[in-house]
Every structure is written in structure tokens, then in C-alpha cells.
Design a protein around this ligand. Structure first.
Ligand SMILES: Cc1ncc(COP(=O)(O)O)c(C=O)c1O
Length: 919
């Protein structure tokens, strides 16, 4: 599929300039090989020359942003074409295209011109072993921003090359661009760039008008760069780089005085140089900057430790592999994993290692580095998944009786967290997507309304936390900054817990980053301190003096300047980045952490963390952090590209459209929450939509890397399609399904070929269905149509959270409930009874006004969140939904007994006790 996108494919068909570049090089290689054929007429040859010339011209504006093959080599190709040295041209183009694909230019110098007597070599780079590749020096590119003559540019390049030393840990090449805009294009396009050197001669505007590259500049629209004076370009560029690629090292070289520069906002600029030509100093700084990100304190300590000879008089017989090498029966385990993992297995916390529970050494440092990488103030590693992280955060912050607002379809670890902490829970309703049997996310109006009602009842001081899932399993992403701003306007010290189990990667894509908890927290911290903000707040306060709840819900509220930024996010690093399973992180950006939370956080961390945490998981978190800081941008970019080509391929393939549909933002987010009006990311008529604006402003956006495909049209429900078709027949693994959809998740390891394979499979499934229906009898056809109708049309509406029974509620009109006492009330068998789902018993009871109250969590898979929690009243809607569910797995429900409910006596007794306690 990829190679089919050749030179004929129009620009609008490309989501990414990286793919465009790859495909143009392949097309050029093919064109040059065609030139080299001797059996063609002069006219044909001229046409072929013209084509190659066109491709070279099309590549030129792209290649200026990359160090390889570089300007001189590119010029060499052009000269070979013009002098009609087709054999040489074919050789050189082939070599460049191959080196770009294999990445050989990163490992060794790849001269473009053929040396005397040299033959075409097979590229052995692809066969290099992992071990030998680990010994090579990593390669990167340094962007130098300055308007230079060719001579000056060569001088810069050569000066940096001459300084290279054999002891350098990395190698790099320079890319030179003249202007601020070019520099921004370069850092958003060329993922090899790790450092940027901003020199005083840079200009403002780019002369490049390639639309696919210009698209990157739309991100600047809200920045008023046009009004800058030339001496401000450098500092402004440093600031913008910090905004779009904060992980890069930026160096500003200036000819202005130190005092003038000292007062400027330079983003995350590492150093300012006053001497333009001190190349050694610059070189050493560049290497040190990349070296700091490359450093993996705990992984390195573990490697060192595993080399030391030690005698083990401690636990862990597997340590150093002793229990395996001496075994007669488990040798295969040793053979499978290799020796290193056992050499690195230890229970020691000294000898260069560290303790996760009381870190002072390399684990502490690894966590500090992760905090920098993810934009938090503190980061804590967890070796037991985000399930544990969620419980830690909730226990650390929520005291018994505190009110917590939680999205109802959140992960079950939160519900258990509420039980453990004794929170009074207010469940928030997500908007429902009944047609696909899934929930979206919680509208901001719902959150504000609940908060304002709590305020009206005088309960705001008990409200402690808002807990939301960002992004949801299906890919709905909140406008994190806006949610926090408006909630802080109602309660100025509200704590936010963003469950980003699926969103760790988001930090490393500039579009995605703006919707992460940590980024939004940092933006808010700055904004709340500004004069403009204080003025806007005062003005709004005057306007809203006597406003009622309805008006406040409709108004975009501004938080007071003295609001506290208190944000936590929990991430399953292992779900979206490189880490062993269960590797997760808690990121903290809480202005009151040190003063108020540190101690209780420590206790909660101790409650839930094993005293034998797995070192391999911790080491993998450390290495995963190194990876994202150095190539997270590249990997996320590739992931989004792969997802976008999958979306495009399915939505334009005529056969696939008969049975499948990729759900778009328009399908998954109601219109009122999409202020930008964006319907889909790809439209066959218009090509790609630039998603930046919608990601900057809309209430909800769709994470394009999660692709929901409707499969109801095939007559199979989601679960059958997943297990019987995708898994059993084609070996494709997926996780989530709904009644009529399946979810394909791309990740940073997804390749263009795995995308192509998935399309092939879907096409095959569609073809088989076509054939089956062609040969079907009238009755078979009718049965098929009926199945499709039942899956696509007759979908049971998703039920709302009903309410907690009064026995578990405090006074007043607000909905908070005491889930903990309901949970423990059910421990006593005598308090509970079972009611069968089938039959009329439950309906009759409800019709007669009896309140049927669940004694347990009932969690069907899918959708995977509780449709009933302990203490919740069973409504007719919930009953209908449970009966209509055709899933095989319902946790907490025992079909042979029925639904576990509280007895009326238990409820009455509990209500009495609660009332007495309140007196
Ligand atoms: C939203 C959400 N939060 C938390 C978790 C738990 O994460 P972990 O598997 O890392 O424990 C999951 C798991 O699927 C999840 O979907």
C-alpha cells in the first residue's frame, strides 16, 4: 500500500511530510532505475528524464531540513541527471533511498558518489545484531538557525566536524536553516534533531511554500511573531521551541549584552553563548545535553550490579540464576530468558542499587528525570500498574467523608479507591453513544452543575477531588485546561486526578501534549499569575454577581488568581510506551504537595507498594523515559501516521465500506462539543484536516490513534468478530469491543506493514462475506439481515447511574453516596439476598415500589465498568440493559443465583445507624 503512494499521489493525500519524503525517494529511485534501461526510445528517455527532474525538484524543499543526504549530495544527483550519467545516478539514488529506509546513515558515513571500482553493495545494516548495534554511537542532528552564505555554512559545518573526538558518546551532523519559521518546520518535521543552535543572524519568514510543511506553521497563528524586532527573533524562537518540543536542547548565541538577554523569556534554553565561534564549548554542551537525556541512572546501576560477583545469603534463589542452572527440570527457563535477567534479579537495595520505598540513589534520580520528561514536579514509579497508582493517589488525598466527583465509566480501580478512602461519591454521567453501546465522556456542563449544586447546599468545602479518565478507552479526550479552569472558578482548591492510563505517549506529540494534565497544570500556573488574568477575573466577577446556576453553567468561568493548581495524573507507561507490563507512573503538579500531601502520599504509597518491587520493571521505566526524551516525538509521529493511513484506507476502500465504518470525531462526539465543526480527520473529497485548531479549542476531541470500527454490518457482534475472525483466523489481537464495534489501538510500535496487513484481512473478510451472501438462499439472507438489524438498530439504551439508596446518603438534595459502608455491609451474608434476573420477581418488586439495592459491583465486559455499585438502586433501565447484554463475562453476577441485593431489614438497620451517628 505504501509504495502505491508514488509520485502520482497528490500532496493532499499525505497526512505527513515524513511519509511524503519516503515515498518521493522511492519514486525517484524507481525513475532513475528506469532511466538506466538501455532499451528505450529517445522520446521515452526524455520523458523519463523529465520525470526524474520533477521528482528531484519536488524533493529539494523537503531535503533542506535534513542532514542526510545533505545539500552537496543532492546537488551531485542533479548534476548526474543533467550530464546524463544514468548508471551513476541509479547507483547513487539507490544508495540514498536504501540508507534512508534502513537508517544506515545513522550508523556510518554513506558517501553518495560511487568510489573508483565500487560495486553496488547489499545493505548489511538490516542484518546487524542487536548486540552490535548497541555498541554503535547513537546519531542525531543539530539544527543551526542562521542566514548564512554557502561559504559560512560550510565553515560552520566543518568547524563542528573537526572538533569531534573519539571519546564522544554520540555523533551528529548539522542542518542549517535561515529563519525562525524554517526552524519551526525543521523541528516538527525532522525527528533526528536533538539540539538547536540559534544564532544572531536568523530571519523571520520561511520561503518554503510547500503546503504540507506550511501546515506546521498554523500552530503559530496565535503567536504575534510578525510584530517582532529582528533582535527578538532568537529569544522568541527559544520560547516557541520550548512550547512545541520542550525535550530539545536549545542554545542561544547572541551578540547583545548579557544584561539585555538576562531579562528575556528564553523558554527552556540550556545556555546562552556570547562568543559565536567557540566551537569546542558548543560541541561539549551539545553532547552533554543529549547525554543528560540518555542517562538512565537505575538501568545503568542494575547493569553494573549484575556484573559484580556476589554470594547470595538472602532471599531470591533465582538471583544470579542459581536455582535454574543447578536444576534438572527448569533449564528451558534459563535458555528462554538468557542469563542477564537473572544476574539482574536481586533483592539488594544497596551496592549501587536503591529502594523504591525510600529512594535516595539511582531510583530517586530516575524519578526526577522522569518528572522533567513528563513536565511534572514529582514523579513516582509504580510496579503494579495504574490500578495501584489510582488507589495511591485517592488514598493520599481523600479523607473519609470527603466528596469526590468521578466519571461513572472510569476504571474499576477508582471505585475500589473510593471504598478504601471512604469517599462520598458523586457519579458523573458521560454522554452516551447508544448506537455503538459505548459512553463518551463527561460534559463540562454536567461537572459544573454538580459542583454548583453542592455549593448551593453548603457542601463545597467537603468537595475534594474531580476524577476523570483522559483519554477514555475509546479515545475521547477532554479539554483538560478548560475543565480545570472552570472548576477552579467554582472551587479554587479542587484537586484533579486525570487517569491517563492510555495517554502517556501524548506528552511527546505537540498536538496531543496540550491536552495532558501536566501540560495544562504548567500553563495554568503561569496564566494565573498574569495581570491580564486578574483583570479578566475581576471583570467577570462584576458581571456574574447575582448569576443563577443556569447562567454560571453556560458562562465560561474564569478562576480567581489565587486558585491553587493541584493536578495528579496516573499513566500506564506499559500501555503506550516502552516498559515491562505493570510499569506505571504517578505525576504530581500540586502547589500544596509539599505543605499538605507529602506525608499522606508517603503513607498511601507504602500501603500499596510491595516491599519487593520488581527491578526489571523499574529499569524499563527508566529506559522508557530515555526513549521518549530522545525519540518520543518520532515514534508518536509515526504512530499517528500509521493510524491516519489506516483510517484513510478503510474509509476510501469501496468493498470495506459495505460492511465496516471507521467512526469519526463526528460519530463519537456530539456536535455541541465540537466547536471547530470538525467531522473527520480525512475526507475523500478534501483530504486531510488540520486537527490543531480542534485540539486547541473543542470541548472533546478524538484520539486518532484509537480506531473504532463498526462491524455490525457483518452480522457478527464485536466480541465474535474479535475472537472468531480476527484472533482465531488471522492472529490479530485486539482488546476492546462493544455490541457492534471493535477497537484497533495503534501504538508506538505499529508499522506501515502491520497496517497494510490489517487492511488485507478486512478486505478478505469482506470478500468472503460478499461470496457468502451471493450464494445465500432467501431464508439465509433474511436471517443475516435480521442479525444485522439486531446489532445495528435494536441496541439497548445505556442506562444512567440511578442513585445511591437513602441508607447510604447524607442529608440534602445532592447525590453523593457512601460506597464504603455499602461495600462492607455486604460482607455479612445475612444482609444480602439474591434476586434472579430472569422471571418477574425483580420487575414486580420495582413496580410495587420496593427499592432493589445492589450489594456488589456488577461489571460486564464489555463495556468494562460497573453498571451497578454497592448501595446503588436498581432501575428499570439498568434491568433492561442487563437483560439485553449478550456478553459472556459479567463480573460480580452469578447467573445461577441472580443479582446480589441488600435485604430490606439490612437497609433499614443501616439507615437507622447512620441517622443515630449523625445526631
Ligand atoms: C482508564 C484506565 N485506568 C487504569 C487502568 C489500569 O491500568 P493498569 O493495567 O496499568 O493497572 C486501565 C486498564 O485498562 C484503564 O483503562
Amino acid at each position: 500500500m505504501a509504495s502505491a503512494m508514488s509520485a502520482q499521489t497528490s500532496l493532499g493525500d499525505y497526512y505527513s511530510a515524513v511519509q511524503l519524503r519516503q515515498d518521493r525517494w522511492s519514486a525517484l529511485r524507481e525513475a532513475c532505475e528506469a532511466l538506466n534501461r538501455t532499451d528505450q526510445s529517445a522520446a521515452k528517455l526524455d520523458a523519463a528524464v523529465e520525470k526524474a527532474r520533477g521528482l528531484l525538484a519536488a524533493l529539494r524543499p523537503i531535503e533542506v531540513y535534513w542532514a542526510f543526504p545533505g545539500r552537496a549530495s543532492f546537488e551531485h544527483l542533479r548534476k548526474l541527471l543533467e550530464s546524463r550519467q544514468f548508471d551513476e545516478l541509479a547507483f547513487s539514488t539507490r544508495r540514498v533511498a536504501r540508507a534512508l529506509t534502513s537508517g544506515a546513515y545513522r550508523r556510518r558515513s554513506v558517501p553518495v558518489a560511487r568510489a573508483e571500482g565500487e560495486y553496488d553493495e547489499a545493505d548489511d545494516d538490516l542484518h546487524t545484531s542487536i548486540e552490535s548495534r548497541a555498541l554503535l554511537k547513537p546519531y542525531f542532528e543539530v539544527l543551526i538557525v542562521d542566514q548564512m552564505t554557502d561559504y559560512q555554512e560550510r565553515f560552520q559545518r566543518q568547524s563542528l566536524q573537526k572538533i569531534r573526538r573519539s571519546e564522544d558518546a554520540f555523533t551528529y551532523e548539522a542542518v542549517v536553516t535561515p529563519s525562525l519559521e524554517d526552524a519551526l518546520i525543521a523541528i516538527l518535521f525532522n525527528h533526528n534533531i536533538q539540539s538547536v543552535v540559534v544564532r544572531p543572524g536568523l530571519t523571520l519568514k520561511s520561503e518554503n511554500n510547500l503546503p504540507i510543511l506550511q501546515r506546521y506553521l498554523t500552530r503559530l497563528q496565535d503567536e504575534e511573531v510578525d510584530e517582532l524586532e529582528p533582535h527578538e527573533y532568537g529569544p522568541e524562537l527559544c520560547r516557541l521551541i520550548a512550547k512545541v518540543r520542550p525535550e530539545l536542547d536549545t542554545y542561544l548565541i547572541t551578540d547583545r549584552s548579557a544584561e539585555e538577554v538576562a531579562g528575556l523569556d528564553l523558554g527552556l534554553c540550556r545556555r546562552v553563548f556570547y562568543n559565536q565561534e567557540d566551537f569546542l564549548e558548543l560541541h561539549l554542551n551539545i553532547l552533554r545535553g543529549v547525554g543528560a537525556r540518555y542517562k538512565t541512572p537505575f538501568f545503568s546501576a542494575l547493569k553494573e550490579y549484575s556484573k559484580q560477583p556476589t554470594g547470595v545469603f538472602h532471599a531470591m534463589p533465582i538471583s544470579r540464576g542459581k536455582s535454574i542452572t543447578r536444576s534438572h527440570w527448569i533449564q528451558d527457563m534459563g535458555a528462554f530468558y538468557g542469563p542477564n535477567i537473572f544476574l539482574a534479579e536481586t533483592s539488594a537495595t544497596s551496592g549501587g542499587l536503591d529502594s523504591l520505598l525510600e529512594p535516595h540513589g539511582p531510583i530517586k534520580e530516575a524519578q526526577e528525570r522522569a518528572a522533567v520528561a513528563f513536565g511534572s514536579k514529582q514523579t513516582f514509579f509504580a510496579t503494579n500498574g495504574t490500578s495501584t497508582c489510582n488507589k495511591i493517589v485517592v488514598q493520599a488525598l481523600v479523607r473519609p467523608g470527603d466528596i469526590v466527583l468521578v466519571d461513572r465509566d472510569c476504571h474499576k480501580s477508582h471505585h475500589y479507591g473510593m471504598v478504601l478512602s471512604g469517599a462520598q461519591v458523586v457519579y458523573l454521567e458521560s454522554y452516551a453513544l447508544d448506537a455503538y453501546s459505548m459512553y463518551g465522556a463527561v460534559p463540562l456542563s454536567e461537572i459544573k452543575e454538580k459542583l454548583l449544586k453542592l455549593k448551593a447546599e453548603g457542601k463545597l468545602d467537603r468537595v475534594r477531588m474531580l476524577l476523570l479518565t483522559n483519554c477514555t478507552f475509546d479515545g475521547i479526550v477532554y479539554n483538560v485546561e478548560r475543565v480545570m479552569e472552570e472548576c477552579l472558578a467554582i472551587k479554587r482548591d479542587l484537586i484533579f486526578l486525570w487517569d491517563e492510563a492510555w495517554f502517556a505517549f501524548a506528552r511527546f506529540g505537540p498536538t496531543y501534549r496540550q491536552r495532558t494534565g501536566m501540560n495544562a497544570a504548567n500553563v495554568l500556573r503561569v496564566r494565573l499569575r498574569t495581570q491580564e488574568h486578574a483583570a479578566a477575573y475581576e471583570a467577570q466577577q462584576a458581571e456574574l454577581q447575582d448569576a443563577d446556576i443556569e447562567t454560571l453553567v453556560e458562562t465560561r468561568l474564569i478562576p480567581p488568581p489565587n486558585a491553587r493548581v493541584r493536578v495528579y495524573s496516573t499513566q500506564s507507561t506499559h500501555k503506550t510506551l516502552t516498559s515491562l507490563r505493570q510499569g506505571s507512573m504517578i505525576h504530581v503538579n500540586d502547589q500544596d504537595f509539599k505543605g499538605e500531601v507529602e506525608q499522606s502520599f508517603h503513607e498511601a504509597y507504602m500501603t500499596h507498594t510491595s516491599t519487593s518491587p520488581n527491578y526489571q520493571i523499574i529499569a524499563s521505566l527508566d529506559v522508557g523515559r530515555r526513549q521518549v526524551e530522545l525519540e518520543g516525538f518520532e515514534f508518536v509521529q509515526r504512530q499517528v501516521e500509521a493510524a491516519m493511513s489506516l483510517r484513510r484506507a478503510i474509509s476510501t476502500h469501496p468493498l470495506l465500506q459495505k460492511y465496516f465504518k471507521v467512526l469519526t470525531a463526528g460519530d463519537m462526539i456530539p456536535e455541541g462539543f465540537r466547536e471547530s465543526g470538525i467531522e473527520s480527520y480525512y475526507n475523500p473529497q478534501q483530504g486531510w484536516t488540520d486537527i490543531w485548531e480542534s485540539w486547541a479549542n473543542d470541548e472533546f476531541v478524538l484520539d486518532a490513534t484509537r480506531i473504532t470500527l463498526t462491524v455490525g454490518g457483518t452480522g457478527w457482534d464485536g466480541d465474535t468478530f474479535k475472537t472468531q475472525i480476527l484472533m482465531d483466523k488471522y492472529g490479530i489481537q485486539i482488546n476492546k469491543t462493544s455490541r457492534n464495534t471493535v477497537l484497533f489501538m495503534t501504538n508506538i510500535g505499529t508499522t506501515r506493514s502491520s497496517v497494510a496487513y490489517l487492511i488485507e484481512v478486512l478486505v478478505e473478510v469482506a470478500k468472503e462475506l460478499d461470496e457468502l451472501l451471493d450464494d445465500a438462499s432467501r431464508m439465509e439472507r433474511l436471517a443475516f439481515d435480521r442479525r444485522v438489524k439486531s446489532l445495528v438498530v435494536d441496541v439497548p439504551p445505556l442506562p444512567d447511574f440511578s442513585r445511591f439508596h437513602d441508607a447510604f446518603r447524607s442529608s440534602g438534595d445532592t447525590p453523593e453516596g457512601d460506597i464504603r459502608s455499602a461495600f462492607f455491609l455486604s460482607y455479612d451474608e445475612e444482609n444480602c439476598d439474591f434476586m434472579p434476573l430472569d422471571g418477574r420477581e425483580m420487575d414486580d418488586a420495582i413496580a410495587a415500589g420496593q427499592e432493589v439495592v445492589s450489594a456488589s459491583f456488577i461489571i460486564p465486559y464489555p463495556p468494562g465498568f460497573p453498571i451497578l455499585v454497592p448501595g446503588q438502586v436498581v432501575s428499570a433501565g439498568i434491568l433492561a440493559f442487563m437483560r439485553a447484554l449478550d456478553v459472556s463475562e459479567i463480573h460480580g453476577y452469578r447467573p445461577e443465583l441472580g443479582l446480589r441485593v441488600f435485604t430490606a431489614e439490612a437497609l433499614a438497620r443501616h439507615a437507622g445507624q447512620t441517622a443515630r451517628a449523625a445526631e
